[in-house]
Write a protein that binds this ligand. Sequence first.
Ligand code: NAD
Ligand code: GLY
Length: 371
Amino acid sequence: MPNPITVEVPLGDRAYQALVGPGLIDTVGRTLKPLHLRQRCAVITDSTVGPLYGERILNSLRETGHDPALLVVPAGEPSKSITVAESLCRQMIQQGCDRHAFVVALGGGVIGDLAGFVAGIFYRGVPYVQIPTTIVSQVDSSVGGKTGVNAQEGKNLIGVFHQPRLVLADTDTLKSLPEREFREGFAEVIKHAAIRDAEMIPLIEAVLHDRETGLPELMARNIAIKSKVVVEDERETSGVRALLNFGHTIGHAIEAAAGYGQFLHGEAISLGLIAAARLSCQLTGLAESQRDTIIRLLENFRLPTELPETISDEAILDYLARDKKFEEGQIRFVLLRELGDSFVSSDVTMSHIRDAIGSLRIPNASQDHLT
Ligand code: NAD
Ligand code: GLY
């Protein structure tokens, strides 16, 4: 097994490392040793990932003297709830975990957010380790300490900042992802390139032809971007972390208006990225060739580039009006000056947004007159 790539997340007394590469899940016990965590731990996973990788994690932990309990929740977003979080805390107490225990989050972003939240509130906070198994969780959600669950009133409204002690991104686990889930994750990867790292684009394209060798470096490069953003703005107060919302204002509204389930998250974000890139051409002079690079990358990962007629403009605008990114009525919208250079603008109006949504109904080839 090659040495993993190490990415530092230098957050002072909350600093940690993300290790990226193939075959890492069988090393989790050994890798945890320098952290001096206690024996008892809860491995929280879901009903899809548990049967695939749970036993290997338990064996690796047992080899180094840990005493893990496996807790499994149903796969899918509905498990990200306060009820499931409470049930996990109670199961941990019943199974002998106390304030010396630690948590291992094994799964995609749902498990990372849920198990991280459980670790954040259990006995007022215990350590946890992220073992992300989807593209989204490896490049985004496992790093940065945003944990939480959904409320009836909206997503991610109940949560805590709680940084993990270690992130172990095993790129071999991505091989069992269904193809559609694999591809949707690339919306976030393309977003990272657009906001911070245009030079990453050849690495993204390389993965289209060779996943085996391309993924470790690409995942690590994305984690490095996320790490930098988080270190600059850990608690989302300075506006830097808000850059991660590029494409998400319109993308989230499309996802919600379509009814959760029609589009995977990344598929809706693909449309949001295109709308935001077009607005950037119109308002900040992003070169059309750079906008087209974003669209071509999304197309190459077979992500949607046109909005279906079944989703009405009114439904999308209705969701936008309720978005938490609209602070006191003012829209905070992320735009690009050029690929790799993004900023938060207050100059985007509802009328701009309406036009950008309209542009998503016209095939790409006939767009040039709009910018
Ligand atoms: P997910 O966790 O629901 O995983 C998607 C599906 O893939 C699930 O059915 C899961 O069981 C399955 N799966 C996971 N890994 C697998 C594997 N290796 N092989 C086969 N199947 C596998 O979804 P996701 O896209 O990873 O994460 C989405 C969640 O992440 C959302 O709840 C979102 O709010 C959250 N999120 C959080 C942050 C953050 O900063 N905390 C950032 C982005 C997204
Ligand atoms: N995924 C958004 C953030 O971590 O801030």
